[in-house]
Ligand binder design. Structure first.
Ligand code: UDP
Length: 491
């Protein structure tokens, strides 16, 4: 009755591998020094990380390196993902996700609660035999929230709820979400949020802030030399191959939305990834990611340039050549996001209404997810091929796509209305923040201003990389987790 899955985290890079890189040696040493006390405290307890999906989205992205590094430090760590035999569970949890972000119909009744608890109980029963008294259970996001209360009746545990989403406002939607979740919160020793603004009143005094982080050696983030970037773009199907490559084409390749409304191989015709200025947004197909206003703003931007044939080397030529890439996962692949197909359909309709010239300048890409390493390399290469990365989210818990781009020295355009982007981007220092992600004119002007000044873009790119190095790498995050565990795991 359950699809709880224990997810294998294969051995990968060791801390020694990270430390072998000149710029990562110091953060690894700091982590090792600080972890000694934690390793002694945890002894043979296992730290269980539980979420609701093995792939797709920021959480699934972050868990493998955390498990690997904890193990490398000498901590037992495991990852499990809950599942549901009934897809209605994920419709409900997606609704909850939106409500926590302040959006949606604030109606949640006893039928929803029954479904929420029924699915979680089945998962709790499957997880219970794997747990030993004293283990540490870290539950990620609302989907598996009831687990702590259900499991603590069976086995003594230290429990933490890690909520990756949140919004810095309170309205009927957020209140409905927190009312619904409230009965399950007491079973946690501590809750963790990505920003102080996200901590709901009911958890005041029982919550900490740990900002998310990225793994600099993950396939998504590791340095890609020029040849590798070109090879990934070829083998992933994003550019026509300029010549033979050593490695084979990927088993699934990127598809591009065509003027006939169908997805077809993206490399049938070059859209200029390696030569033109490229503005990219990569996200799940979620309405709150703001794909639609971005596409419309870009279409306006193109339109405002007119049909001129600008002189080579001029600012006008740079603007004229710029193309927009909107990329997201193949919607069939993300089981816990039933909204994706709908959002992509909306985007498709809007795309089909554009002029042929605007359609040629906008590439809507569907990125295959089923070979995670290939998918990560595709995203990595796409971010590196970008002049500017945009994250036009209306709401954003943190926005790992922002962190990933900044780490690659690519300046990000986002907005100050969403809380996540303003935790990361310092407007005018390492990127740009507009006020309103739905204001197409403001977006259009920001894009034009950024593209017009390549020297400033390069300065912002360097500052962006430094910012991630200082604040958003996985080593800093693990040290904060360690400090938190020391306050709640009995000595
Ligand atoms: N991502 C991906 N393929 C896609 C779209 C997104 O691998 O087609 C990744 C992206 O690189 C990032 C994560 O999914 O690592 C999204 O995390 P973020 O915090 O930006 O948003 P979330 O999906 O958690 O709301």
């Amino acid at each position: 009755m359950t699809h709880l899955r224990r997810i294998d985290v294969a051995p990968g890079e060791t801390l020694d591998d990270y430390a072998a890189l000149a710029q990562l040696a110091a953060p690894v040493t700091e982590l090792r020094n600080e972890a000694r006390e934690l390793v002694a405290r945890l002894g043979d307890r296992t730290v269980w990380l539980v979420n609701s999906t093995a792939r797709g989205g920021g959480v699934a992205e972050m868990l493998p390196p955390i498990v690997r590094m904890l193990r490398d430090l000498g901590v037992r760590a495991e990852w499990a993902a809950i599942g549901s035999p009934d897809p209605a569970f994920f419709v409900l949890t997606k609704h909850l996700h939106n409500l926590i972000h302040g959006v949606g119909e604030a109606e949640l009744g006893s039928a929803e609660r029954a479904l929420f608890e029924w699915v979680n109980r089945a998962n709790a029963e499957a997880l219970a035999p794997l747990l030993r008294p004293g283990d540490v259970l870290v539950v990620h996001d609302p989907q598996p929230l009831p687990l702590a209360c259900m499991l603590r009746q069976l086995v003594p545990l230290t429990t933490v709820w890690r909520c990756h989403i949140g919004v810095d406002l309170s309205n009927a939607a957020t209140e409905a979400a927190w009312r619904f979740l409230d009965p399950y919160l007491d079973a946690y020793d501590r809750a963790v949020f990505s920003a102080p603004e996200y901590i709901p009143g009911t958890l005041a005094g029982r919550a900490s802030v740990i900002r998310p982080a990225i793994d600099p050696l993950a396939s998504k983030n590791r340095e890609l030399p020029l040849r590798d970037t070109v090879e990934v773009l070829c083998n992933g199907g994003m550019i026509p191959c300029p010549g033979p490559t050593v490695s084979a084409p990927f088993s699934a390749r990127v598809q591009r939305l065509g003027p006939d409304g169908m997805f077809a191989p993206a490399d049938a015709e070059s859209f200029g990834l390696l030569t033109r200025p490229i503005v990219t947004q990569i996200s799940r197909w979620d309405r709150l990611k703001g794909f639609l206003p971005l596409m419309q703003a870009f279409a306006r931007f193109r339109c405002s340039l007119g049909p001129s044939a600008a002189e080579p080397g001029t600012a006008a030529r740079r603007l004229e050549l710029t193309r927009l890439v909107l990329a997201g996962p193949n919607p069939d692949a993300v089981q816990d996001d039933p909204e994706a197909v709908e959002v992509l359909a909306e985007l498709r309709s809007a795309y089909l209404r554009l002029s042929a010239a605007a359609q040629a300048d906008i590439a809507v890409l569907s990125v295959p997810l089923h070979v995670p390493d290939q998918s990560a390399l595709i995203i990595n290469a796409l971010q590196r091929a970008s002049t500017i990365v945009v994250q036009n989210s209306l709401r954003e818990g943190f926005g790992l796509t922002i962190t990933e781009a900044m780490w690659k020295g690519v300046p990000v355009l986002s907005n100050s209305r969403a809380c996540g982007p303003r935790q990361q981007i310092r407007d005018g220092i390492d990127g740009m923040l507009v006020r309103d992600p739905e204001n197409e004119l403001e977006l259009e002007q920001a894009l034009a201003a950024m593209l017009a000044d390549p020297v400033r873009l390069a300065t912002w790119g360097r500052a962006a990389q430094r910012r991630v190095y200082d604040d958003f790498l996985v080593f800093r995050q693990l040290r904060e987790w360690g400090r938190l565990f020391l306050t709640i795991v009995p000595g």
